[in-house]
Design a protein around this ligand. Sequence first.
Ligand code: ADP
Length: 319
Amino acid sequence: MKRIGVLTSGGDSPGMNAAIRAVVRKGIYHDLEVYGIKYGYSGLIAGDIHKMELGSVGDIIHRGGTMLYTARCEEFKTLEGQQKGIEQLKKFGIEGLVVIGGDGSFQGAKKLTEHGFPTIGVPGTIDNDIPGTDFTIGFDTALNTVIDAIDKIRDTATSHERTYVIEVMGRHAGDLALWSGLADGAETILIPEADFDMDQIVSRLNRGQERGKKHSIIMVAEGVGNGFDFGKRISEATNMETRVTVLGHIQRGGSPTGFDRVLASRLGAKAVDLLLAGEAGVTVGIQNNKLVHHDIEEILSQNHQIDLDMYKLSQELSI
Ligand code: ADP
């Protein structure tokens, strides 16, 4: 293998730049030529493909977002779109590809491998919802962004003696809500992986008030429902003054944490090693602090598992 490509696809996450840097530098370290493909699969189809040098990835390790830009591309879901992408890769003499993104992007990577083009997936998403890895690139940064926001909201919640509902990202995965809620002592955490009982939530809030608690934080993962609806239901059921904050896209931005930079560097470099070892159709990950790789088909057939013991602990600590 002489020439490889790298692209970022789907939702951006902090640390993607550090992963791109690792792919480029590890590739060049091994005397490969590395090509950056802009705008995900859209840029692949369009041939928006550029040779990267050591300096192309200088000064990006600490930046959020992705220097290769990202996009969603419906055309790549079709056989014709995938074939156009492979034609472009061949035109540029690229023999292996690293795709940094979430499970949607991995579907595209799987298709490329099925068509005979060696592709490796690197998990980049703030949702932490990819099986086969304990952490995805960007989760730790988003977690710390949410914690910082809750700390600030808590100051106002305490001063005004209010109940705050905070909606965080996570359509199918409650990791961000669970980890940030546990880290910030939230009274209630609602995640898509666990049923909840509104009566129980209300009685817990009332119990807290009876023992002199003056404010509460309720975390809601977006997959559970709309934060404003919960706010309304809670204020009606408890008579407590309730405010709602939807954190939105601030959760996706910002300089990556040390953890995410290191994780991204390790996973990006591992993807290059795997391509050189002749692997294809696998995703990289970290489990028990060891780098691992799994068959992409197997990963895509599994559902993300949340740590239900941690969820139980969050409930035990907020009695
Ligand atoms: P994420 O990677 O963050 O989960 P998306 O689900 O939006 O983001 O997927 C990103 C892109 O991956 C899509 O816009 C599309 O180009 C590609 N993709 C998603 N699903 C498939 C599929 N079944 N086949 C081929 N490509 C796909």
